[in-house]
Design a protein around this ligand. Structure first.
Ligand code: DGJ
Length: 693
């Protein structure tokens, strides 16, 4: 709901549990009033009437109170907007107009030829904010920095910051630390979201998993980005974020041109970290993820089994085994195209390798379909190997600086997607690929960062950074529109491109190349802070873990760990024994039963992975699923009962495994005994309310 006060200068957005208010002063300063529990419009008006604290002359009264601090004038905080023309730098705006469209509020300001419009929209309890810039001319403008939003938090003592940091094969690790004066800046200057940080932060004072106030912000952008969390001299906290890492230039706006920033979404919750996560999950399922009400199938992916050494026959053999254990989607990973027999050649040549797939992909796709599964394929469209027909024909199509070395990572270069000819080439190749065989699924990979992001001959090569992302989005959107039956997975060497921007156009994401079931728990714990199980692909692979750490674990442990997301299997099924295949079939069947609860239910993190027992619980209507995993049991330390959440204390719950009837009050207060013992043990417990509500 959106309300405007009678003065026409105070606005209040209201969600189911939260409210957000801003006020425009007589001097056209846009001040932040409120972000927190629901308030009445009269409360917002009362806040607007409170004078700003008067600091002078070494502090600015505006600092820490403005909605979108621009560069210039009486401000010392980080500017969200920095614009330069031939004559001057900075912005001094005058309010122009308020517009509303549905539940979207637009506040437009003008400075000479530039119009800056701030956009607000409430989606559940998530406030979406973004900005559009329009240059009416006559002169061109250089946009050095345009953040999507600055979030202002109310005064509190002792703020803490939560962030998700990582690296390849160890993504989305949750860390929580005290905020101190100054700025904490996270981001990516790599051209993609990056493995190093998810574009999300949360700030609290004394929240626990289920109690207390939490503010969270997440950016919907898949290129370089920056989020700065500032504790100002008066202890106020502001969070500013947007596309691009530096302030050295996003783009130029010629007369008549516009630019729209990505969305920077904010969420307030008073239900602890768990409540905040559930609200983020609900938001993404309802407003961000395409077809989120459709459960994702169990997939098989051949990468860990075969790497580059693939053939039609061998994939067909794997497909038979996959079908036999109940897999629903068979995905051929890297190595099916061009001269791609290793990572040294072939990227860019998106036609099936004639030695490996003499009849193209269709015969295998048909075979997979005949086995009752969907068929998926791996691509990495934004890249090229120098040893490829594409590069030989178009060496100028890659990002590069004139006269400089072209840096290779994994023997590949980055195509300049900002170029229209590159966009058209990729569209034609991928459209042709998806038309040449009945493909149901595309795993879209991205395996190196930008290094030589130059564009010889282009007047303003900096725009390559943002244009690349817009071109990627446009390409995926166009492919989705032309091939609506195809689902997409976002992968970037694991979790290098996980953000709300890519989430809006892909059906699931690959959270990490680390498929060790124990390492994975910490990755999944971090991932779940912001993103729902519905998008988190997780595979059961071989033991010992061949890709990474050689850890030996039971099939049971591997399956229970991977069942916390969208279950997949990625082991070498050709090597699995009949007993292992039979056990796998049972786990897959069990997953299909619990899938709606896992993929669509509310997630409760019962115990984080800290070396002993960890557990997650999902609740959907009358159904509850608990996944419990014991890393190690120490002598003399009993495994604790799991206090469940989200249940009705007055109801009874039947355990589907044992038939036992549990009282809700006891499960909530005294807990569920899991029966786990020893090292790397795991279990799934299904509970059903009885009688149903
Ligand atoms: C990196 C991905 O994360 C892997 O799953 C696999 O697809 C390889 N790329 C293939 O090159």
């Amino acid at each position: 709901m959106l309300e405007t006060a009678d003065d026409g200068r105070t606005w209040l957005l209201t969600g189911p549990r939260s409210g957000y208010a801003v006020h425009l002063t007589e001097r056209d300063e846009l001040l932040h009033l409120h972000w927190g529990p629901r308030i009445a419009l009269a409360d917002a008006e009362a806040l607007a009437a409170r004078p700003l604290p008067g600091y002078w002359p070494f502090e600015s009264p505006l600092d820490g109170h403005e909605e979108y601090p621009v560069e210039g004038g009486p401000r010392f905080v980080r500017p969200a907007l920095s614009v330069r023309s031939a004559e001057r730098r900075g912005t001094e705006w005058a309010f122009e107009a308020q517009e509303t469209e549905g539940d979207e509020l637009r506040l437009a300001f003008r400075d000479g030829g530039l119009t800056v419009t701030l956009h607000y929209r409430m989606r559940g309890d998530v406030v979406e904010r973004w900005v559009t810039l329009h240059n009416r001319g006559p002169a061109p403008l250089e946009v050095l920095r345009a953040d999507s939003a600055t979030w202002t938090l109310p005064d509190r003592e002792g703020r803490r910051l939560s962030q998700l940091h990582g690296r390849w094969a160890a993504e989305s690790r949750l860390v929580r630390s005290g905020l101190t004066y100054g700025e904490k800046v996270i981001g990516s200057r790599r051209g993609h979201t990056g493995h190093q940080h998810l574009p999300w932060v949360a700030v609290d004072t004394d929240a626990t998993e289920e109690h207390g106030e939490v503010y969270g912000c997440a950016l919907a952008w898949s290129g370089s980005w920056r989020i700065a969390v500032a504790q100002l001299p008066d202890a106020r906290v502001q969070i500013t974020g947007g596309a691009g890492y530096d302030d050295s230039g996003l783009l130029t706006l010629d007369a008549g041109q516009s630019y729209t920033t990505p969305v920077f979404a904010g969420l307030w919750s008073d239900a602890g970290f768990g409540g905040a996560s559930r609200a983020w999950h609900a938001y993404q399922r309802q407003y961000v993820i395409p077809d989120a009400d459709r459960d994702r199938p169990v997939l098989y992916n051949s990468w860990e089994a075969t790497e580059f050494d693939i053939s039609e026959e061998q994939q067909a053999a794997l497909a038979r085994r996959a079908a036999a254990i109940g897999v629903e989607l068979f995905v051929v990973d890297d190595g099916w195209f061009g001269a791609r027999t290793s990572d040294r050649a072939g990227l860019g040549d998106w036609t099936p390798n004639p030695d490996r797939f003499p009849g193209g992909l269709k015969p295998l796709a048909d075979y997979v379909h005949a086995l009752g599964m969907q068929f998926g394929i791996w691509v990495e469209p934004e890249m090229v190997n120098p040893d490829s027909d594409l590069y030989r024909a178009h060496p100028d199509w890659v990002q590069h600086q004139p006269g400089r070395r072209r840096t290779e990572f994994r023997n590949q270069l980055v195509l300049n997607l900002a170029r229209q000819d590159v966009q058209e080439y990729l569209w034609e190749r991928l459209d042709q690929l998806l038309s040449s065989a009945p493909v149901d699924y595309v795993k879209w990979d991205f395996n190196r960062c930008f290094t030589d992001a130059g564009w010889p001959g282009e007047r303003y090569p900096q725009r390559l950074w943002t244009d690349h992302v817009h071109a990627l989005y446009a390409l995926v959107d166009r492919l989705r529109a032309a091939h609506p039956q195809v689902a997409f997975e976002s992968c970037s060497g694991g979790g290098g491109r996980v953000d709300l921007g890519i989430m809006a156009r892909t059906d699931q994401v690959w959270a990490s190349d680390n498929t060790d079931p124990l390492d994975r728990l910490a990755i999944q714990h971090g991932f779940s802070q912001i993103h729902p199980a519905r998008v988190m692909a997780a595979w059961v692979t071989d033991s010992p873990n061949t890709q990474l750490n050689g850890r030996v674990s039971s099939l049971r442990f591997r399956f229970v760990s991977a069942m916390a997301g969208v279950l997949g299997v990625g082991g070498d099924l050709a090597e699995w024994t009949e007993e292992e295949l039979a056990e796998a079939r049972d786990w897959v069947a069990l997953y299909k039963e619990i899938r709606p609860v896992v993929q669509r239910g509310d997630l409760y993190r019962l115990l984080p992975p800290r070396g002993g027992l960890s557990a997650v619980q999902y609740v959907l209507g009358d159904e509850t699923v608990v996944l419990a995993l014991l890393q190690a049991q120490h002598h003399g330390e009993p495994v604790p009962a799991l206090r469940l959440r989200g249940l009705d204390p007055a109801a009874s719950y039947e355990c589907r495994e044992t038939g036992e009837i549990h009282r809700g009050a006891i499960l909530l207060h005294h807990g569920l005994r899991t029966g786990l013992s020893g090292d790397l043990d795991a279990t799934v417990v299904r509970l059903r309310r009885t009688p149903p509500a």
